[in-house]
Write a protein that binds this ligand. Structure first.
Ligand code: SF4
Length: 314
C-alpha cells in the first residue's frame, strides 16, 4: 500500500502535548500529509461533550471533540492505544479504550490507526514494535521506517530541550514572586481547556515554573520521599514537581490544576495538598470542568498571588 498519500488526522489533545512532535515528524518523514486539529475552542469542547460518555473526564471529552473535527477531513485518525510510555509505569486506563470509544461515537468514523504502545517492560523494544505496527498499517516497512524514527527522535529531543528552558518569566514587577504550576500537560498547555492559567499567573507579575522545566532525574529524586512509586506516569510526574517545588526556597507557592472526573487526580491532588501543608508552602488546588467560570477563577488566582506577595514582603 506504500505510495498512497494518506491524509492523517492527529487530535491536538491528551498525549499530543507530550509526544505530538515525535509522531508528526515521523509521519511527515514518511511522506504523509498530517493534519493536526486546531487549538481547542468552544466549538470543539461542545462537540466533545455531546459525543462523549458523561462519566468521561474533561480532557477525554475534549479529545472526542478534536477527533470529531478531524473525522470528515482525513483518510485516517491516529489514535494509538496507549498503555505505557516508560518502564514499570502506566497511563490511565481511559486512554487504552479511546480507539474503541471513538469508533462507537463518530458517525461516520474514518479508519483509526490504533496500534498499541506499551513500553512498560522494555522501552526501546516496545517503541520499535509500536512504530513498526503503525508503519505497517500505513503500508511502510524497512529502512524508510527506521530513518523516519531517527528523524522523529531528533525532533523530539530538540522540542524537549526547548520546553525545559521555556520558563515563563514575569515582565510586570521588579521582584516577581515565583509560582510552580503543576498538572497534566494537556491542561497546562491547552490554553482553552486549562484557561491559560500559566499565562494568567505570569500576567499578574509572577515568574512561573512548570513540571516540564524539570529533568526526569529531578522528578525521580524528589519522589524518593514517597513510601512507594506512583503507578501512573503523570501522577509520578506531578508529585515529583510538587515535591521539588516544595523543597525549593526560590518557589513561593504552588498551584495544582486538576481535571473534573479524573480518578488519578483525586488521589494525587489529596497527596500533593497533604505534603504541601506539612511543609507550610501555600498551595492552591483548582479543579476544572466544562462549567468553570473564568471570572471566579481569575479572582482566586488574584487572591493567591496577592497573598503570596504580602507574605514575601512581610
Ligand atoms: S489521567 Fe485523569 S485527566 Fe488524564 S485521561 Fe485519565 S482520567 Fe482523564
Amino acid at each position: 500500500m506504500e505510495g498512497k498519500k494518506w491524509r492523517l488526522g492527529v487530535p491536538r489533545a491528551l498525549f499530543y502535548y507530550y509526544y505530538g512532535s515525535w509522531w508528526k515528524a515521523f509521519f511527515e518523514d514518511l511522506g504523509l500529509e498530517v493534519l493536526v486539529s486546531p487549538p481547542t475552542s468552544k466549538e470543539i469542547l461542545d462537540m466533545g461533550v455531546s459525543l462523549a460518555v458523561v462519566e468521561a473526564c474533561l480532557p477525554v471529552k475534549v479529545y472526542y471533540g478534536h477527533a470529531a473535527w478531524l473525522s470528515e477531513r482525513v483518510d485516517a485518525l491516529f489514535v494509538p492505544r496507549l498503555v505505557s510510555v516508560e518502564r514499570k509505569s502506566f497511563i490511565c486506563p481511559k486512554l487504552m479504550g479511546l480507539p474503541d470509544m471513538l469508533r462507537t461515537a463518530l458517525k461516520p468514523c474514518p479508519k483509526i490507526i490504533d496500534s498499541t504502545i506499551n513500553l512498560s517492560r522494555n522501552p526501546q523494544k516496545g517503541l520499535e514494535t509500536a512504530v513498526r505496527s503503525v508503519a505497517r498499517t500505513l503500508g511502510f516497512s524497512g529502512s524508510k521506517v527506521l530513518k523516519a524514527k531517527e528523524k522523529a527522535e531528533k525532533c523530539y529531543k530538540a522540542w524537549l530541550a526547548k520546553q525545559r528552558e521555556d520558563k515563563l518569566t514575569a515582565g510586570t514587577t521588579e521582584n516577581p514572586i515565583n509560582i510552580g504550576i503543576v498538572g497534566h500537560g494537556y491542561l497546562l498547555y491547552d490554553r482553552y481547556l486549562g484557561m491559560d492559567i500559566p499565562h494568567k499567573v505570569q500576567k499578574l507579575g509572577s515568574r512561573v515554573y512548570l513540571p516540564e522545566n524539570l529533568t526526569d532525574d529531578e522528578v525521580e529524586e524528589a519522589c524518593r520521599v514517597l513510601p512507594k512509586r506512583l503507578y501512573w506516569t503523570l501522577g509520578q510526574k506531578t508529585m515529583g514537581a510538587v515535591l521539588n517545588f516544595m523543597e525549593r526556597d526560590d518557589i513561593d507557592g504552588i498551584i495544582h490544576l486538576t481535571a473534573f472526573g479524573c480518578g488519578p487526580d483525586s488521589m494525587v491532588g489529596e497527596l500533593a495538598e497533604r505534603y504541601a501543608r506539612r511543609c507550610g508552602k501555600p498551595f492552591l488546588l483548582l479543579n476544572l470542568d466544562e462549567h468553570t467560570g473564568e471570572a471566579g477563577l481569575n479572582t482566586r488566582l488574584e487572591a493567591f498571588v496577592d497573598m503570596l506577595t504580602r507574605r514575601c514582603s512581610a
